[in-house]
Design a protein around this ligand. Sequence first.
Ligand code: AMP
Ligand code: MG
Length: 484
Amino acid sequence: MSRFKICLDPTYTTLPASLFSKLSPTPVSEPKLIIYNQNLADELGLDLGNISEKERTHFLSGNRVPEGTTPFAQAYAGHQFGNFTVLGDGRAIVLGEFLSPAGQRFDLQLKGSGRTPYSRGGDGRAAVGPMLREYIISEAMHALGVPTTRSLAVVSTGETVYRETPLPGAILSRTASSHIRVGTFEFTSLLEDKTITEKLLHYLIERHFPEIKEKENQPLALLEAVIYQQAELITHWMRVGFIHGVMNTDNMALSGETIDYGPCAFMDSFAPDTVFSSIDHKGRYAYANQPYIAQWNIARLAESLLPLMPGKKEEVIEEAEALLNSFEPVYKTMWLSMMGSKLGLADPQKEDEKLITDLLDWMHKVKADFTNTFHQLGKAELSENELFKTDRFESWHTRWRKRLKKEPQGLDSSLSLMGTVNPAVIPRNHKVEEALTAAEQGDIEPFKRLLQAIEQPYEDGDHLLPYQAQPKQTEKVYQTFCGT
Ligand code: AMP
Ligand code: MG
């Protein structure tokens, strides 16, 4: 126990004991701070500034648990690639919860902190590469305006983890609005005691959906709220060309944040069937499938909530099904509005859809870069791009410009709208891999430069040039790995 004080009182442990296991992280031999997110610490009011770096490193490695802290691992289940499994935090421990200066509650979790009762055959550990990948992608997502868990630090452990090859071990500290997943409800529905699901539901509503507290049919109201929440999240992913890679139900957080960055990556050339994950053989979690998978996952949540819904079973199922079917039109409306904004249309209508899909079809055909194409379209003068010099593109461009003339606020307003939704830079996979490889060999500088480049992704500048180019043929990354 350390004498250093930080208030991490958890509310989660007031839930039934079957939902978690209290235990401390397993100490590591030689923790070293690789990267620390001072901005995040300041933003969330995590006051770790007045302790020595040594003490802070011990805290962020799990070696010292502050007095009065009761860390715990969460139980959950999940559908992994469609197959149901009982899971839980096998290599993560929530140190506790804290309130930000704005009064928002956050979990502080260590990932890679040792074995837990849910580790199954795993070693409970994580490697430097995948933890830095989560750090940079989650911070990039935040900067891009996408709801996400955040990364506070990565500490190397001085220990080796054995995957296909021996790798340097690491622990990531992440902050999250909570870690309640679709899979947490799937776990409670296994317990054959619906009061546990009920308690979890009330806890979730209290923490994330206070507006439905007064609703008569709370499970149904929650389902509806989650449909909007997840449709919005996926719309953001589609906007920035993000592919999560492992949208298992245990990786869908009911806070509405993107969570569990494994083999995720951003798309370079536009192709709806893009998949990076080495284990996604059938393309289940491909770019264009993400909204359908979100709906599928919410259906698993609905199944877990059915026993709590008042009324006759058949009627309840019918009602839940009708609600689930609303995901598609809800998402479609959000998608149209988002894609419209990427083309400078403040209020796109159904008839604008063809303009959007024609552009996407062309981009797919000529393998145009997703980020750069929209970014270049947003400039007053069309950029020098060989791909733009074709009849097919020119005729689309003329149509688009004609449509823009109908925008009531004028061209400048359209271009500035585009500037707020079309990033100038994303963490391209080849740049991420390059930075991670250097970091694994002890050089963190390329990682820090990449981090700096993606901090303000909507502000263009020459300093971004090395990060904006598409990968050369030899630099292309076709597969990403979980590294678990
Ligand atoms: P993920 O793919 O990271 O979402 O993990 C899926 C499940 O496997 C979760 O229950 C994790 O806690 C567990 N897991 C992943 N890696 C390990 C590991 N090295 N040791 C123990 N459990 C793990
Ligand atoms: Mg996970």
